[in-house]
Design a protein around this ligand. Structure first.
Ligand SMILES: *Cc1c(COP(=O)(O)O)cnc(C)c1O
Ligand code: SF4
Length: 428
């Protein structure tokens, strides 16, 4: 249950109109420990820790989200996502500023082009709230402003000149911190590019500032369909009535809604909490899409779980509940490898004739393989012939027999003939 804002002295005089206005919410975000103290108890040592953290990633808690915090629980999962703690200042092995190498794959400011047919476009560094688990903490909140028009124009130019891009993901920061007009300019430019088939908007607004989602915003977005929206809910208590209303407005405008959660220690690293979240999302017509392993950005070790926890959670879901409720658990491979899906193994074994699988109960069965299956793609199918294969697909099609890392290629060249065996000792 969220608190009523009028019961908090800081907002005793606020009107319902003000409260419902996202600009009021944005302007009245809690950014200092003094303000925070008016809402929840903050000890002297916590206050000191918060001030230290603010040099790394600013704090900004929307009044709406602040009301979701349970003031009596220091370990409250909502509080944990919003209020800095000293652990954020620690750096752990394997952590980086840009663990996903988004800047290496960047052809224009704010643009990451990693996968052949889609780009990630960071249109602003401003968020309605700065999540303590933010993976883009190197960027989020640095200026608390949208990207410049020149930079946006340069990124749009790249997309315009790159016909392979059929899917553009607007992210940030939070793209919905842009006002309707600015967002519309970007959407309409993208819609004028015939090769851009779909646009996706990633936003945390419905979870942390649902006032942003107005019928006018939804109607504007709907002019540029097909537009998909990805949300970011991590805990069932974020699914408050206001959030449900925001999702309903978007759904009614024909915008399909997905959710991308982050698996967070002390927030949702429990199968029961996760199931409540996922079922709650389905009830407001949001389809769980990804569950991310927490990235190794600097200062996130307090939030990271083992990979095993994520796999255990997926095991606890598949078969046990609606398949529609189950997200894909993914880890972003360090060094720019992109998303890798991880989960329990259901394929137990296989022979030339049979495949053995197990279900969620541990029940095993054999599936007969057809004896007369002739692969239509094997014998020079014209559709495949003209399709450019990449990566493992190339191996499967027989266009290549191995994929060698650059490193091993370099080693091989450096090895004088005959010395190969020694040089490769220890390299598998
Ligand atoms: C996540 C991501 C995408 C989109 O991936 P999907 O699996 O298509 O949702 C695109 N580009 C980058 C750089 C990403 O990190
Ligand atoms: S809304 Fe997204 S980009 Fe912004 S702070 Fe939260 S996780 Fe980071």
């Amino acid at each position: 249950m969220s608190r009523r804002y009028r019961d908090i002295s800081l907002w005793a005089d606020v009107t319902d109109e003000q409260w419902a206005d996202w600009r009021w919410q944005l302007q009245h975000r809690i950014t200092t420990t003094e303000q925070l103290r008016e809402i929840i108890p903050v000890s002297a040592s916590e206050a000191e820790a918060i001030d230290t953290c603010l040099t790394l990633l600013r704090m900004a808690i929307s009044p709406y989200y602040a009301c979701l915090i349970d003031p009596d629980d220091p370990a409250d999962p909502i509080r944990r996502q919003a209020v800095p703690t000293l652990a954020e200042t620690m750096r752990s092995p394997g952590e980086h500023a840009d663990p996903l190498n988004e800047e290496v794959d960047s052809p224009a400011p704010g643009l990451t082009h990693r996968y052949p047919d889609r780009v990630l476009f960071l249109v602003t560094d401003q968020c309605s709230m700065y999540c303590r688990h933010c993976t883009r903490r190197r960027l989020a909140g640095q200026t608390d402003r949208p990207r410049s028009r020149e930079e946006i124009a340069a990124a749009l130019d790249y997309i315009r000149r790159t016909p392979a891009v059929r899917d553009v993901l607007l992210s940030g920061g939070d793209p919905l911190t842009l006002d309707d007009d600015r967002l519309e300019e970007i959407l309409s430019e993208l819609r004028d590019m015939p090769h851009v088939e779909i646009v996706r908007i990633g936003t945390r607004m419905p979870a942390v500032m649902p006032q942003r989602v107005t019928p006018e915003l939804a109607a504007m977005i709907a002019k540029y369909h097909p537009v998909w929206v990805s949300l970011h809910f991590n805990h069932p208590r974020e699914l408050a009535p206001e959030a449900a209303r925001a999702c309903d407005i978007l759904s009614r405008a024909g915008i399909p809604l997905g959710n991308q959660s982050v698996l967070l220690r002390g927030v949702n690293d429990c199968p029961v909490t996760m199931r409540q979240l996922l079922h709650g999302l389905l009830k407001i017509r949001v389809r769980p899409y990804y569950l991310y392993h927490c990235d190794p950005s600097f200062g996130l070790s307090l939030f990271r779980t083992s990979i095993g926890k994520g796999i255990e959670i997926i095991e606890s879901l598949r078969g046990h509940t609606s398949g529609l409720a189950i997200p894909e658990f993914v880890v972003d491979a360090p060094g720019g490898g992109g998303k890798v899906p991880l989960g329990p193994q259901y394929l137990i074994s296989r022979s030339d004739k049979r495949v053995v699988v197990r279900n969620y109960e541990g029940f095993m069965s054999a599936i007969e393989e057809p004896s007369d299956y002739a692969d239509p793609c094997a014998s020079g199918c014209p559709r495949c012939r003209d399709d450019v294969a990449l990566g493992i697909t190339k191996l499967l099609r027989g266009e290549q027999v191995s994929i060698r890392s650059e490193e091993s290629a370099r080693r091989r060249l450096a090895v004088p003939s005959g010395a190969g065996r020694d040089a490769f000792a220890g390299v598998r």
